[in-house]
Design a protein around this ligand. Structure first.
Ligand code: TLP
Length: 343
């Protein structure tokens, strides 16, 4: 199977498996797992932050951040296709008691400018309205086709938010993809944000785990919330050992995924009935529209599966994601499968 459903599907490499088997471990709830402690120190240094904490999933990292930046009955603002709004089962409402205000971005590319955000802010609302506490950004933006927002644009939003007394959390599940596309360091890309979540388990290739980075005080409070949510995981150095390899070696490997995504998008653009602009594919996510194709997205996905290619269809769109386990040749195979289906 050529599995283009997500970059979450990668299997740990032989090197990761060996490191996992040999990992030195202890009870992380007592702070005694040397491997997780090393990973947390490495992540904090990589982002030039005081502290970092390993969490079992990106969703838990985002949930904890939302909890810490808000209070029950307040609001957060996010672009309308954001993961926190659409794919985290209302965790912001369930765990934090927060309303989510979805905002459209004027340029359509998935990234909010301050002018999109400002009208939605309720700074000192009347007593019967919820006050805005938090802005959530996403870089790269998954369901906006893996699009990226620059360090300058991020900083501008953060500076303006801070001057309004609002916090900014970055869902950086794929921040290393964004940094690769923008050719900049993750430190610069994320410096102005109050907290950052990034995933080890996506393009970087670890079998599980994400990191939340921020101030020492923020991460200490995050540790309590992680435990409260059931994320105190004992001898978790077994997973951290893979995470360290993902963090150290993974970023340099992303460029190939981006090249493959671009080539996939260019091939797709030539197939009648498929709408995609390869120019807009900046990272490893390829989302194309099939409204004008002779089959629906669901039918195309089903036929692709018969031919050994997995993708995800939603509405009139299909998403394909390149990753470590997708070889260059797999792109040609996937393109010829979709041509056979649609031509
Ligand atoms: N994304 C998954 C699905 O949930 C859609 C995927 O296949 O892309 N933030 C962003 C931007 C994400 O894309 C994801 C996962 C998460 C957070 C949540 O991470 P996990 O799956 O570790 O909870």
């Amino acid at each position: 199977m050529i599995d283009l459903r997500s970059d979450t599907v990668t299997r740990p490499s032989e090197r990761m498996r060996a490191a996992m088997a040999a990992a030195e471990v202890g009870d992380d709830v007592f702070g005694e797992d040397p491997t997780i402690n090393r990973l947390e120190a490495l992540a904090a240094a990589r982002f030039d932050r005081e502290a970092a904490i390993w969490v079992p999933s990106g969703s838990m990292g985002n949930t904890i951040a939302v909890k810490l930046h808000t209070e029950p009955g307040s609001e957060l603002i996010i672009e309308e296709r954001g993961h926190i709004l659409n794919f985290e089962l209302g965790a912001a409402a369930v765990i934090s008691g927060v309303t989510i205000r979805a905002v459209k971005c004027a340029d359509g590319g998935g990234h909010l400018a301050w002018d999109d955000i400002a009208p939605a802010i309720r700074k000192n609302p009347p007593y019967y309205q919820a006050a805005t506490k938090l802005i959530c950004l996403e870089n790269s933006h998954n369901f906006a086709g893996g699009s990226v927002i620059s360090a300058d644009a991020t900083r501008e939003i953060c500076d303006r938010a801070h001057s309004e007394g609002l916090a900014v959390h970055l869902d950086g599940a794929r921040i290393f993809n964004a940094a690769t596309a923008l050719n900049c360091d993750v430190k610069e890309l994320t410096r102005a944000c109050d907290s950052v979540m990034f995933c080890l388990s996506k393009g970087l290739g670890a079998p599980a785990g994400s990191m939340l980075v921020g101030s020492k005080e923020f991460i200490e409070r995050a540790r309590s919330w992680r435990k409260r949510l059931g994320g105190g995981m004992r001898q978790v150095g077994v997973l951290a050992a893979a995470g360290i390899i993902a963090l150290e070696d993974g970023p340099a490997l992303l460029e190939r995924d981006h090249r493959n995504a671009k080539r996939l998008a260019s091939g797709l653009a030539e197939i009648p009935g498929i709408a995609i602009d390869p120019e807009n594919v900046a990272t490893n996510i390829v989302i194309f529209d099939v409204s004008n194709a002779r089959l629906s997205a669901a039918e195309i996905v089903a036929k692709l599966k018969e031919k050994g290619v997995l993708a995800i269809g939603f509405g009139t769109q299909i998403r394909m994601v390149t990753h470590l386990d997708i070889a260059d040749d797999d792109i040609d195979t996937a393109l010829s499968a979709i041509k056979q289906i649609l031509l």
